[in-house]
Ligand binder design. Structure first.
Ligand code: SF4
Length: 514
């Protein structure tokens, strides 16, 4: 008997509009499960950020890197007279795709299957890890090479493989640095952005076999070219012996079943072509309906991410080709909370993200606190709206507040995601979910009552004027107000009320006329 999508539903929540499904499985609404993957940190953002702010080296490394990338991006974007139209096209394409995501995913499955690939549907991180682990085990291999992939970071695939006795070798240079340094990525595009070249040299000398043992050359300079050559020698040996590769995908084209990876180093292409088996793990939102749609995104992505007119390597593949490249291809379509995001009318635009990282590079909060403070593999402004939605806002409750709401992220986003609006939406969701009233909610409720009753409001204004007298002519009121207002004044100056309120000024100048 064929299992229907409804049979596989374990929850009774209503289906999201456009929730994807196939003939044999259903990707449903539940959020990403706890205890697996890297969407939740151990600490809240303010606690982690406080430590990061004390690290002068980290701030110097980040400041230098983000300033450089920002400048490059601004220059190449300014070269295109139709950038605004491209951006609008990217946004419209994403909105239209999400509205019919279920149909496009089923079309993708048909096309991949017709070209000799196999499609697997993974409801969450645990299911995706199990599918990939079993696929690798079926090949008899105990190691894999990996193309840089946010989806596999999100689900903690390397740890799942390690638990099954399978070693995963990262091949992207920055991912390799993070892996060898026993560290965590801190940026979507440049995972080792928090390390400088001296620190990278030290990691290579400590961990690469070519620098170990009797007679090894330990005279490695911290020159970028020599560091890249050392990494290349280290990786080449792994490329040549690997029988299985695991990749993510930047895009998947529904009408042709084509997967696409864009990259700068060529290591991804080695993984995508040399091994016998290729397994791609892809979030269900990475889909575009037609081949032609790629044209827009392949212009938006490189300029926004690395500040290049075109990325050096764009690899596309569809199924398998006898005698050429991997002969066994598997595509794992990952939900892990994405249909829950799709169900939220305001928040669903987070799924439009093409992971260019432009919003990270302009964010004043990210530049000072770094990516680790966000706890999730998705740091910066996009992380602040994506992670809480994938996990449920209560599991990442501090992230929607990790922003000054300056709007710089919205201005640079190549697909025009209104990140500030989603942040405010998630803050409201978090406040409404509180069972006990917080000091903030009590204060705002009192403010709302005062503002909706003119007499109360005038009394409050008189009380504020009293505060001005207490400040004795100083530019601001005293910083440290008693609890619960201290939660606000601990990190902000309270401005001194003006000498005259607007209403009294109006009454004086207009004599009470409206
Ligand atoms: S939210 Fe926009 S700017 Fe940020 S990574 Fe995604 S596409 Fe790029």
């Amino acid at each position: 008997m064929t299992t229907t999508p409804e049979d596989l539903r374990t929850d009774q929540t209503p289906l999201a509009p456009g929730a994807p499904r196939s003939g044999t499985t259903f990707l449903g609404l539940p959020t990403a499960p706890r205890g697996v993957g890297h969407l939740r940190g151990d600490r809240s953002f303010p606690d982690a950020a406080r430590d990061a702010l004390r690290d002068g080296q980290l701030r110097a490394n980040l400041g230098h890197a983000t300033t450089t990338i920002r400048g490059k991006r601004a220059r190449v974007v300014a070269e295109l007279p139709d950038w605004a139209q491209l951006r609008a096209a990217g946004s419209a394409l994403k909105t239209a795709t999400m509205a019919r995501l279920d149909e496009h995913l089923e079309e993708l499955e048909r096309q991949v299957t017709a070209r000799g690939g196999t499609v697997h549907w993974a409801r969450d991180a645990a299911e995706a890890n199990r599918i990939v682990t079993e696929l690798v085990q079926a090949t008899g291999s105990d190691e894999v090479v990996k193309v840089k992939s946010m989806a596999t970071q999100e689900i903690g695939l390397n740890e799942a493989l390690e638990a099954a006795g399978i070693t995963a070798h990262e091949t992207d240079l920055a991912e390799l640095i993070v892996q060898l340094g026993d560290d965590k990525p801190s940026h979507i595009l440049v995972p080792a952005i928090h390390k400088n070249r001296a620190e990278i040299r030290e990691i290579f000398l400590r961990t690469m076999p070519q620098f170990q043992g009797e007679g090894a050359d330990r005279d490695l300079p911290d020159e970028p070219r020599r560091l890249a050559m050392a990494a290349r020698a280290h990786l080449r040996e792994r490329f040549l012996r690997a029988r299985v590769a695991i990749s993510g995908a930047n895009f998947a084209v529904a009408e042709t079943g084509t997967l696409a990876v864009v990259e700068s180093e060529g290591n991804g292409r080695m993984c995508l072509t040399l091994p016998e088996t290729l397994i791609t793990v892809m979030g269900i939102e990475k889909l575009v309906p037609t081949w032609r749609d790629l044209e827009v995104f392949l212009q938006l992505l490189p300029r926004s991410s690395t500040g290049e007119r075109m990325n050096p390597y764009t690899s596309t593949w569809a199924g398998v080709t006898p005698g050429d490249g991997p002969q066994d291809f598997h595509l794992v379509l990952l939900d892990n909370g994405r249909t829950a995001v799709l169900a939220d009318e305001v928040g669903r635009q987070a799924l439009h993200c093409i992971r260019c990282s432009a919003c990270l590079n302009v964010c004043p909060v990210y530049e000072r606190t770094g990516g680790h403070s966000y706890g999730s593999v998705y740091p910066g402004p996009i992380g602040a709206i994506l992670s809480p939605q994938l996990t449920g806002v209560e599991d990442n409750a501090s992230l929607p507040y990790a922003s000054s709401l300056c709007g710089a992220c919205y201005d640079v986003c190549p697909v025009a995601i209104d990140i500030p609006s989603v942040l405010v939406h998630l803050r409201a969701e978090h406040v409404e979910a509180q069972e006990k009233p917080t000091a903030e909610s009590v204060a705002f409720r009192a403010l709302a009552t005062a503002m909706s009753h003119p007499r109360l409001w005038r009394l409050a204004q008189r009380a504020a004027s009293l505060g001005r007298l207490l400040s004795r002519g100083k530019p601001t009121m005293p910083n440290a107000l008693p609890f619960p207002a201290s939660a606000w004044t601990r990190s902000r100056d309270l401005p001194t009320p003006p000498a005259e309120t607007f209403t009294s000024q109006w009454a004086r100048e207009h004599g009470g006329r409206k």
